[in-house]
Design a binder for this molecule. Structure first.
Ligand code: ADP
Length: 443
């Protein structure tokens, strides 16, 4: 039972005693008056008063007997309840006032001392020397009624000398008429050890991840530089192949037969294709390696640059490009943004049915802190199952003969947009045209 501070423990016995006094006075006064009205003979009055006195003693004795009987029964029951609870509890429960006054069996198990030994000992003797001062200070504060956290952890020393960590909860109770400390304790040594191990494992894991990431970054950088220099080195023999096939076609066409000319043309085409592939790979690797700084960029100016780069293709296919007036400004790196738009536009021009005139519309909308640019074409479209795949390097949905390409263009788009903290996606159905959506932070 929790007792509130200032509860008046004397109030009930005081009321009972007052009631008893009032009832007794009334009884004595009125019974005397009754005796005097009933009897006039002094001998009869004395006898009646004696009987009345004995009766009063008998009734009060019976009352005292029942009160004490029921009171002690109730106290015993509640004591037994507490005792059973304490004796079977897996928690160590003990009462102390300097020395232990009560300990349950779990306390013996926790400390390694028998209950007889514990009852001869001071509570502080079990507390580990490192924590004795702290526990004493808290105990004093608790007795003074100061507000302190009732539950905390500290170390104890078992009889064998082995230190153990416990989770202790302290309170103050009345014991043998005086206030005493009531403590419960749970051995948390294993839990603490596991937590410590877990913490160490986590730390080791973090160190390992950090180390591996460093290694991986290094290897990646090496690989990128390797790919970059290889691509450069490949260009020289390629230029020789193209140059010599050109010489064959221009200066030796009269000595070559039809087959010879066809082969020379094939060599020229293949070397041109390989040149494009190397250029695309170089662009891709440049985007990965490049250290960039985002700046405020007008989308319209990046778009104009991309359109200028694609002028020949646009004129060849007589493409129609309709652009909304206001496209807004984004945080971007201009060379990459130009390349991204250029790659999407060049696909929009390329992937149309044979003989169809490419029609492209470009507009933008603002959505909380972002700008979304849409590039919509009326070309051959893309089935939804390929919407993710097309952004992977070398993923192409068509044969080289129908639509030539390297399969790197959208890979560059994705890498470039991600590098500028943006995202890219596509909405399309086969045969229904495509809309590429670029989202970047608004400037
Ligand atoms: P490439 O254009 O060199 O083939 P990309 O990486 O630019 O490579 O594109 C990957 C594939 O995505 C293309 O081969 C094509 O199948 C598909 N694709 C890209 N853009 C479009 C588009 N606007 N319309 C239809 N298909 C497209």
């Amino acid at each position: 039972m929790v007792k509130e501070k200032g509860e008046k423990e004397w109030l009930v016995p005081f009321i009972a005693a007052t009631l008893y006094a009032v009832v007794s006075i009334f009884y004595i006064v009125f019974s005397d008056m009754l005796v005097h009205t009933l009897y006039s003979d002094p001998a009869d009055i004395t006898t009646a008063q004696t009987i009345k006195g004995w009766g009063f003693i008998l009734v009060t004795s019976l009352l005292i007997f029942f009160i004490i009987y029921f009171w002690s029964k109730k106290t015993k029951e509640s004591e037994e309840k507490f005792k059973t609870l304490a004796e079977t509890s897996p928690f160590s429960i003990f009462v102390y006032r300097e020395k232990f006054k009560y300990v349950n069996p779990a306390s013996e198990k926790l400390t390694g001392y028998s209950s007889d030994e514990l009852l001869e000992m001071d509570f502080w003797e079990v507390v580990h020397p490192d924590h004795r001062d702290m526990v004493k200070k808290r105990g004093k504060k608790r007795v003074k009624g100061e507000k302190i956290r009732p539950t905390y952890e500290f170390k104890i020393v078992r009889k064998s000398g082995e230190p153990r960590w416990i989770l202790f909860t302290g309170g103050v109770i009345h014991f043998d008429g005086k206030s005493a400390g009531l403590g419960t304790a749970l051995d948390i040594t294993d839990r603490k050890k596991t937590l410590q191990e877990l913490h160490e494992h986590k730390q080791r894991l973090e160190e390992m991840v950090e180390e591996r990431t460093k290694e991986l970054k290094f290897v990646n950088k090496e690989l990128e530089s390797f790919a970059y220099s290889i691509s450069h080195d490949l260009k020289a023999p390629l230029r020789a192949m193209e140059g010599f096939s050109n010489i064959l076609l221009e200066d030796y066409s009269d000595v070559l037969d039809e087959k010879g000319i066809e082969y020379a043309e094939r060599i020229k085409n293949s070397s041109q294709k390989m040149d494009k592939l190397i250029n695309d790979l170089l662009a891709y690797s440049r985007i990965t390696r490049e250290e960039i700084e985002l700046q405020r960029i007008k989308i319209r100016s990046a778009l104009d640059k991309a359109i200028k780069d694609l002028k020949t293709k646009i004129d060849q296919k007589d493409a129609e490009i309709e652009v909304d007036k206001d496209l807004g400004e984004v945080k971007a790196y201009e060379p990459i943004l130009v390349q991204v738009i250029s790659n999407i536009l060049s696909n929009a021009i390329k992937f149309v049915e044979d003989g169809q005139k490419p029609k492209i519309r470009i507009w933008a909308e603002k959505l909380d802190g972002k700008v979304r640019v849409m590039i919509k074409d009326e070309g051959i479209g893309i089935s939804p199952e390929y919407h993710d795949r097309i952004f992977e390097v070398f993923e192409r949905l068509h044969g080289e003969e129908t639509y030539p390409g390297t399969g790197i263009g959208l890979g560059i788009v994705k890498k470039g947009i991600e590098k500028m903290n943006g995202s890219v996606g596509v909405e399309s159905e086969s045969g229904e045209g495509s809309t590429f959506l670029i989202e970047l932070d608004a400037a």
